[in-house]
Write a protein that binds this ligand. Structure first.
Ligand code: CA
Length: 222
């Protein structure tokens, strides 16, 4: 899943980016309000973390402007503005959640996962056939046996499973699994898909990830 962080304090931005990348997220950072807004329009983010006090336009203005065109993307304020009225103001500007600095990374992660919960998921497990992916522990199991996955492989499988039974175009896969530094060579997707297929099916004939020729990939129940 891909996250936009709008944060002018480079230390906090780096801390967030490193932590979230370790969790398998693709992460872009904007250092001021205007570039944050610009990036939010250019890319399809799964979640946005937004500071309030920013150079240029404030986080509140960024939030309101995003909401004019995009009501769906979850926005979490992450700010030193810590009064109850600040929190209410932030939520009324269109944010889904509000976290005060200093914050605990584990709590931020939990709140991000709340926002990313799939429609009917009371669980943190995604599955297809005998494959199970646990979003919290980052463990993939086949028939209850753990399979080792790299972060990127995990992120790709998570995205495909969140969109089970829907075609994922190559463009959407890049948008949601890779960050802004992706060099546009889409063949890297095929390399990762092949790696997933090997790990998931281990030589069996029936695969879970099907190619939709010229378009992308789809995960279906067998
Ligand atoms: Ca700030």
């Amino acid at each position: 899943m891909r996250i936009l962080i709008v944060e002018d304090e480079k230390g906090i931005g780096k801390f967030l980016r490193d932590g979230l990348k370790e969790e398998g997220f693709a992460v872009d950072i904007a250092l001021d309000g205007n570039s944050g807004l610009e990036l939010s329009r250019q890319n399809e983010y799964d979640i946005i973390l937004l500071d309030w006090m920013l150079p240029g336009i404030s986080g509140i203005e960024v939030c309101r402007n995003i909401r004019k065109v995009n009501t769906a993307v979850p926005i979490i304020f992450l700010t030193a503005k810590d009064t109850v009225s600040d929190t209410i103001f932030g939520l009324e500007a269109g944010a889904n959640d509000y976290i005060r600095k200093p914050f605990a990374f584990e709590e931020l992660l939990a709140r991000i996962r709340v926002q990313l919960r799939t429609e009917n998921a009371e669980t943190t497990l995604l599955s297809v056939g005998d494959i199970e992916l646990d979003i919290n522990t980052h463990i993939v199991r086949k028939n209850n046996i753990e399979i080792p996955f790299t972060q990127k492989e995990f992120a790709l499988l998570e995205f495909l499973l969140r969109n089970k039974n829907k075609v994922c175009t190559r463009t959407r896969i890049i948008e949601h699994v890779w960050d802004i530094h992706f060099d546009a060579d889409t063949s890297v997707i095929d390399v990762y898909i092949n790696a997933l297929r090997k790990k998931l099916t281990a030589g069996e004939e029936k695969g879970y990830i099907q190619t939709v020729r010229g378009v992308g990939y789809i995960v279906r129940e067998p």
